[in-house]
Design a protein around this ligand. Sequence first.
Ligand code: NAD
Length: 291
Amino acid sequence: MTSPVPDVVLNNGVAMPQLGYGVFRVPDEETERAVLAALAAGYRSIDTASLYGNETGVGRALAASGLDRDELFVTTKVWNDDQGYDSALRAFDASSSRLRLDQVDLYLIHWPKPSLDRYVETWRALEKLYAEGRVRAIGVSNFRPDHLRRLLDETQVVPAVNQIELHPDLQQEQLRRFHARHGIVTEAWSPLGQGHAVRHPVVVEVADRHGRTPAQVVLRWHLQLGNVVIPKSTTPSRIRENIAVFDFTLDDVEMEALAELETGTRLGPDPDERDTRGRPGFSSAGGRWVG
Ligand code: NAD
């Protein structure tokens, strides 16, 4: 099966599929089956993190898939506890060995955790991995403009990607504009609002009009905004549904109708709020589990 997913080109020329498969909260023992289902459906980009505890399952699936390494795009992330120069380098070694990969496609700092004040030195470790060719691109996650600004001012490599919470309730327009100005790709985590977004009556109405599902409409909206998306499902039919979004288009009126759904509601903590919480957990804002 070839992949229907187009690429976006990162600021260093590396091509990244615009739609991938996220595995947050998939237990390691279920991950191989889930990732193999996604690869069979045509996904080629997998988003994991050391925090998720399932890099081993991802690695098993990649090895079992029979796909060539250069057809795959694998993202993982350095967790807060491993921030710092030497510790981030050690964390990368552990992640790449669990994934059974000599080279990872995209390595991200998972959260800025500003109170620790180590994200600049952590970034320098990622720059070293990049210079050595152990990663094809480096980026960040949950960074706000002030955090990005410090990297731009104090380090050499501009992040290729910022992976942030983004869905119809939280559209992150200002941050997306900042990214566009600096050549940083916006990657949306919880692109379906952890399932909430598919229940908006406006989304349901647009879906009915196109003979599509609400999830497909939300993903299509992201893609037309230029976002990279990494929807998660372990249900095979939904895995297939979520990638079947490249053969219809929302018109300007429909895009505008979804733009109006912004409420500013976060499912996860604000990056600075997370900072005080340390570990993943339930967000007071949405009562949702967030990684
Ligand atoms: P999501 O928006 O992808 O929602 C997933 C949920 O939506 C599923 O559990 C299911 O309940 C529902 N769903 C999925 N497909 C559906 C369909 N076709 N129809 C109806 N409902 C459907 O949320 P997520 O899992 O939180 O985020 C996706 C990925 O983003 C994660 O797996 C992870 O890789 C990444 N992520 C990153 C961070 C970070 O801090 N960087 C945080 C959270 C998630």
